[in-house]
Design a protein around this ligand. Structure first.
Ligand code: SAH
Length: 505
């Protein structure tokens, strides 16, 4: 079971730098003991022009079985012969991935004490795995590696070279080539994707596998079009772990847009707009946007406010539909608006498109003349970011003063939180949530708001509607009653807000 990693170079940028990057000197053959057998690292060739490192793993089939049992995975007590006589020792597989991370751990993290300047540099790389078990065949191999910047050669290996009529085995000979990746990136791709292709990772799927996956997937997995397949296979299709990982990947995506500096945000936005939405797993964010767009269309709205628009994802989705002729994103956070304007590429947008969109800074706790006269307003995951005591002010600013015909409000359904396994009991989904409502609490609030301001409220689930705890997101669709009477508009707006604030204090 082995793989080779090759690079080319010049006297100024010698190929033997590979030795520094891997922390293994090209002149030595080295041996390491890993949990599943002995790993050897040696260099079949090492010159300025070409350098190849080979990793060979001699799997100890007996140790493998013992370890499997020792970890309490309930290996057959009768130690079936199949456990000893299988392809593990011969095929590159999950075990090779484990050996990779054990033997090249610094390289995988992108650390190189001797020549730190090398680690961030892409270099020509060629990786060959002569016998890779690949469930899903050569096509899946390409689907997994090509989006990461690899040129992929995956040839099916015949079951028996002398009997071609027997057809192909489940192995492929894999060659990956790239000029644009760093060695650390390459190793992290292999570490995750070898076991994914092997799809027989029986021995060590423990909860900390989610952490390992996310660490190794940093920088590439959150944007990979096959993220769901990768996550689910890597975690041996353990659904609870997979879901946990998918949720955390979603948080990574959000955090990336939140915390990184502007240039990184640019890249993230770039990446996001390049991927077709249908290639991505349907996250709750996507479902929410779909539900909102559908409800807006059903209401016949064309001029729409996105209140608390955040980083502009909904504005972006609405812009794609020409039915929405005017879209105004409002947020109190300048930072969020800056990101939104980059996402939308407002400064480079053609005039026609630009005439349909506006971003405004403003607080929803105050009445705002600019928000009057629109068909619909959306509050997508916003109300829970305000202190309960500020909610009457928002209610007045939206339903009392701006008064669009339709208002959509989405908010988490706290009852569903027990279904998010990564969420410790009693914690809310986001550190900035001031509260999270049950379905009954949301309905009580929305019903009272509708009553006070002359609207009708209807409720829709967003996401899977769990029979016991309901959907993850709840949405209220407020429609203004015809000939409505707004019980609060007989007073000047600012006075009402002041009064409400005084009451709340
Ligand atoms: N609607 C977006 C963002 C939700 S996060 C989405 O679904 O992705 C909540 C947003 O509300 C944040 O961007 C926050 O800045 C904004 N927000 C919170 N309080 C606000 C207020 N008083 N006025 C305007 N925006 C507010």
């Amino acid at each position: 079971m082995f793989l080779t990693i090759s690079t080319t170079g010049t006297p100024e940028r010698p190929a033997t730098d590979l030795g520094y990057l891997l922390h293994k000197h090209p002149d030595n053959a080295q041996t390491f003991s890993t949990s599943y057998g002995i790993a050897h690292v040696l260099y079949p060739e090492a010159s300025d022009e070409r350098c190849t490192a080979a990793l060979l793993l001699e799997v100890d089939a007996v140790a493998l079985v013992r370890r499997g049992k020792g970890k309490g995975r309930g290996g057959a007590p009768d130690a079936a012969l199949a456990q000893y006589v299988n392809d593990r020792p011969y095929a590159a597989s999950s075990l090779l991935a484990v050996a990779l991370s054990a033997v090249f751990s610094s390289a995988m993290k992108g650390q190189c004490r001797a020549k730190p300047e090398l680690t961030g540099q892409a270099r020509p790389l060629r990786i060959e795995v002569p016998a890779l078990p690949a469930r899903g065949g050569a096509d899946l191999v390409r689907t997994l590696f090509e989006p990461l910047g690899w040129t992929v050669t995956a040839e099916p290996v015949a079951l028996d070279a002398e009997f071609p009529e027997w057809g192909d085995s489940r192995y492929v000979r894999l060659v990956l080539e790239s000029e644009t990746l760093t060695l650390a990136e390459a190793l992290r791709h292999l570490y995750v994707l070898l076991p994914v292709l092997d799809d027989a990772k029986h021995y060590w799927v423990a909860p900390d596998e989610v952490d390992k996956l996310l660490r190794a997937g940093e920088g590439w997995l959150p944007a990979h079009p096959e993220q769901k397949l990768i996550t689910s296979r890597y975690l041996s299709r353990r659904w609870s772990l997979t879901r946990q990982a998918m949720e955390r990947l979603e948080l990574v995506r959000l955090a990336e847009a939140d915390d990184s500096d502007v240039e990184e945000i640019d890249n993230a936005v770039e990446d996001e707009t390049e991927t077709e939405p249908e290639e991505k797993p349907t996250s709750l964010n996507v479902l929410r946007r779909e539900a909102i767009v559908a409800a807006l269309k059903a209401s016949g709205a064309t001029r729409v406010l996105d209140l608390g628009c955040g980083q502009g994802q909904l504005v972006q989705a609405l812009l794609k539909d020409p039915a929405f002729t005017e879209i105004v994103g409002v947020d109190v956070s300048m930072r969020a608006l800056t990101i939104a304007s980059r996402r939308l590429k407002l400064d480079r947008m053609g005039e026609r498109l630009a005439s349909r969109v506006q971003l405004l800074q403003g607080s929803l706790a105050y009445t705002d003349k600019r928000l009057k006269g629109y068909d619909a307003a959306v509050l997508c995951e916003v109300v829970e970011h305000l202190d309960l005591s500020r909610l009457p002010a928002l209610e007045y600013a939206v339903f009392g003063a701006a008064r669009p015909r339709t208002v959509l409000v989405t908010t988490p359904n706290v009852e569903y939180n027990v279904r998010w396994e990564s969420l410790p009991a009693g914690h809310s989904r986001h550190s900035d949530h001031r509260f999270e409502w049950t379905r009954a609490e949301f309905r009580a609030w929305a019903g009272a708001v509708a009553e006070r301001h002359g609207y009708e409220a209807e409720f829709e689930p967003v996401g899977p509607d769990d029979p016991a705890v309901g959907p993850p997101t709840q949405m209220a669709v407020f429609t203004m009653r015809t000939g409505n009477t707004d019980r609060t508009t007989d007073k000047p707006a600012d006075e009402v807000v002041k009064e409400k604030e005084a009451n709340a204090a």
